[in-house]
Each structure stands twice: as C-alpha cells, then as structure tokens.
Write a protein that binds this ligand. Structure first.
Ligand code: DWN
Length: 404
C-alpha cells in the first residue's frame, strides 16, 4: 500500500510512488497486534497533512475531555499540561483558555506552526525518553500528560511509554486515547490499518505495556470517536478500577488474547471489499455518477485495497485546504472542496470518513434533500438517503430496496 498521508501534487501524478508491505501480526505473549514493516516516522510525520481542528466532532470530544480533567485534577495556573501529538492545538487550547500552562510536542511542521499561531507553545519534535529526560532536567514535569492517537503511531512503544513515565510528576496522571482493537475486528475497520498505525491494542496489551514502565492502568472509558477509542487513565499508584477489570475479562472472553479471534478477519474483509466493489460497479453500469467524501487516511486504504479508482470515483470532497487540489495516494483521485458535491450533484457519495458520518451527513443535508445518496462502506456497504436526516425518503430518488 502507499503511505496514506502521501497526497500527490497533480504535476507529479506521472511519478511512481513508494509502496510498502502492510502485513499484520499478533503477539502470542502480550497480545499486541502490530504491522511488520515500519516506515521511518520522519517519512510520514514531518510534512503531515492531518489537522485535528477540521473535525467538529473531534473538537467537541476534546473540549469535554479538557473540562472534565481540569475539574477532576483541580488544575490551575501552577499546573502544567503536556500533550504529545498536540497537532494544531485542538485540545490544549481548552486548557490554555482556562489559564493553565501548556506545552505541545508534535513533529509535524504544519500543525505545530498552526498551534503556535493560536498561542500554544509547541516543540516541533518527536517525543522520546531522551526528550522527556531533557524536559525533566529543565523542571518541566506534567501534572497531566495527554497522548491521543499517538501511542499506536510510534515505532518504539516501550521508549515512548518510558518517556511518559519520566515526564510525569510523581502524583501526575496520563490520559492516553487509542483505537480499541475489538472495534476494528468486530466492525471490519480494516481501512484503519495503515503504516501510521504500527500497533493495535486490546486492554490486555496496553496494560502490559504501561506496567512495563511503572504506570498502572487506573481506569478507562470507551468512546465512539474514530470508530471506537479507549481513553486510558494512568498513574503511579496501582489502583485498578472495576471498568479495567471488566474489560480484561472481556478481552479473554472475546478471544483477543488468542490468534483464533483474528483468523477469519482477512476472509471477512475480502468479502466486504467485493460487496463494495460490486455495488459501485453496478451503479456505474446503471449510468450513475459517484463521488467520495473525506480524503482520509483510511480512505486511501479502502480505495487502493478494493481497487476502486478514478474510473469509478469522480472526485473526493474534503474540507481541509491542505488536501484540496492534490490527488489521493495510489489511485490518484482528485481532492476537491465539498462545494463540488452541490455543483455537480453526483448520484452517490462514498463516505470514506465513515467515522464522522453524522457530522458530514448533517453538513451535506442539502445534497440529500436534492435526492443525493451516501454510501457508508464500513462495517458493511449501505446506502443512506433522506431517512438518514430523520425525514421521509425523497420520492424523487429511486433506489433499489436491496441497497438500503
Ligand atoms: O490516527 C489518525 C486519525 C486519528 O486521524 C491519523 N493517523 C490520521 C487521521 O486518520 P484519518 O485521515 O482517517 O482521519 P479522519 O478524521 O477520518 O479524516 C477525515 C477527513 O475528512 C479529513 O481529511 C478531514 C475531512 N473532513 C471533512 O472534509 N469534512 C472531516 C469532517 C469532519 C468534515 O466535516
């Protein structure tokens, strides 16, 4: 597969692009699932196109999290909140607005610059145990350490968690969000497997990793964001909540600590890809025009692994100005502003960013009102029309019942 953040400039469309193996393995000792080929992070995260603030869903999720942590930990002007993978300041801005000193750490040049532009001090570096040691020697230790959607992204999770332990105050806590592997497997979210995501966690695997570096998994909460995410709360006190105990039991009961649970995943994915491809080709054969929405990393995997290219998808709409005008990695489908959907009124729009479908459907309600239809590919291909707005189907649009 190509790198999912390697959006292609049109003038370079004729150039070949690097592709890398994307094999996934299960560790029988600690239950961690990992991809086997690590692409150097400098190749992915320095010129990075993902800006967290594009998603209102994520901004809301982050605002509620900050408010809850400030109250729970009694944070104030003498506290320090450090975030690793702070991106464009989407989360830390809530602490800064409350008068709490913050420090962002993110290697991505663009997002780090965007964070600084809104007053979030940001180190444009990769987080390592060495950086943590340097910050600690400068007297910068965190009362709260945040690390959302980054633990899965690092080639050396042990060094990363060792760094977390170093930078955390003795009585500090860390809050780490990472996708839950059970959601991925149960809901066939195969398109979230890509080279940015090196590790995939069960509660068992995460707990073992944290404990290896003196951090106890004190508590956890599950959220629907990004298709299913755990927020792990870590501290130095060995104090394990009932929720953690319940999920450890669930891991074993569901089979996440053994290979059998994963054995038929590939076959189920292949069946899903065939269903999606057949649906799209049937629609094309019937003369329908199809676009897509969300130049998401997962969209590159979905399209390239399913062999769905510019012969099927006319364009991909995306609100991010950093992606508009470029081409999707691999199959080279053009990325356009969302306004093109209403201008051209394709019959169907494939929702590549299915994890934020509610936000996108609400945003594009005019398209549905004019008879447009969304195709949601995961966990199985379904066609959504006006009914997805909670209103009566538009009689003008005829859609075969078997596709709804
Ligand atoms: O781990 C990661 C997850 C958390 O986010 C990163 N590796 C990269 C990224 O993965 P992704 O690109 O699959 O994430 P999203 O958030 O599903 O991407 C959504 C895309 O859709 C973005 O390009 C923004 C765009 N978007 C839009 O055009 N209009 C998003 C929303 C909510 C919208 O209304």
């Amino acid at each position: 597969m190509p790198l999912t953040d390697a959006y292609v400039q049109p003038e370079r469309a004729h150039e070949p692009e690097a592709r890398y193996p994307l094999d996934v393995a299960f560790c029988a000792k600690c239950s961690l699932v990992q991809i086997l080929h690590s692409v150097p992070p400098e190749q992915i995260f320095l010129e990075y196109s993902y800006y967290s603030s594009v998603s209102r869903t994520l901004l809301e999720h982050s605002r509620f999290h900050a408010q809850e942590v400030i109250a729970r930990r009694g944070l104030g002007p003498d506290s320090l909140v450090v975030e690793v993978a702070s991106n464009d300041g989407y989360l830390l801005q809530n602490f800064a607005k409350a008068g709490i000193p913050v420090l962002g750490i993110d290697p991505a040049v663009g997002p780090a610059r965007a964070a600084e532009a809104i007053g979030i001090p940001t180190l444009q570096e990769f987080f390592t145990s060495e950086l943590a040691t340097r910050l600690r020697s400068e007297g910068k230790q965190a009362d709260v350490l945040l690390a959302n959607n980054v633990l899965a992204h690092v080639p050396d999770p042990n060094d990363f968690v060792a760094g977390m332990s170093i930078i955390l105050r003795e009585d500090g806590i860390a809050e780490v969000e990472a996708p839950y592997m059970k959601d991925l497997i149960d809901d066939l979210q195969f398109d979230t497997i890509y080279h940015e995501h090196l590790s995939y966690f069960s509660v068992t695997a995460a707990k073992l990793l944290f404990e290896r570096h003196g951090l106890s998994l004190n508590d956890l909460r599950h959220f629907p964001i990004h298709g299913g995410t755990f927020r792990f709360t870590l501290g130095r006190n060995v104090d394990v909540s009932d929720a953690v105990r319940a999920l450890l039991i669930e891991d074993h009961a569901a089979g996440l600590t053994g290979f059998e649970y994963f054995r038929d995943f590939g076959r189920r994915v292949t069946r899903l890809q065939k269903q999606l491809r057949n649906l799209l080709l049937e629609l094309k054969a019937a003369g329908k025009r199809i676009a897509a929405y969300g130049a998401a990393a997962k969209g590159t995997i979905l399209l390239n692994s399913s062999g769905v290219g510019p012969d099927v998808i006319d364009f991909v709409a995306d609100r991010s100005p950093y992606k508009q005008g470029k081409l999707m990695p691999g199959l080279r489908i053009a990325i356009s502003p969302p306004e093109r959907i209403m201008e051209e009124m394709p019959d169907y729009v494939l929702l590549l960013a299915w994890n934020v479908k509610d936000e996108i459907i609400k945003q594009e309600s005019a398209y549905l009102e004019r008879g447009g239809r969304f195709i949601v590919p995961i966990p199985r291909p379904v066609v959504l029309g006006m009914e997805s707005l909670g209103r009566a189907p538009n009689r003008a649009a005829s859609v075969r019942p078997e596709m709804t």
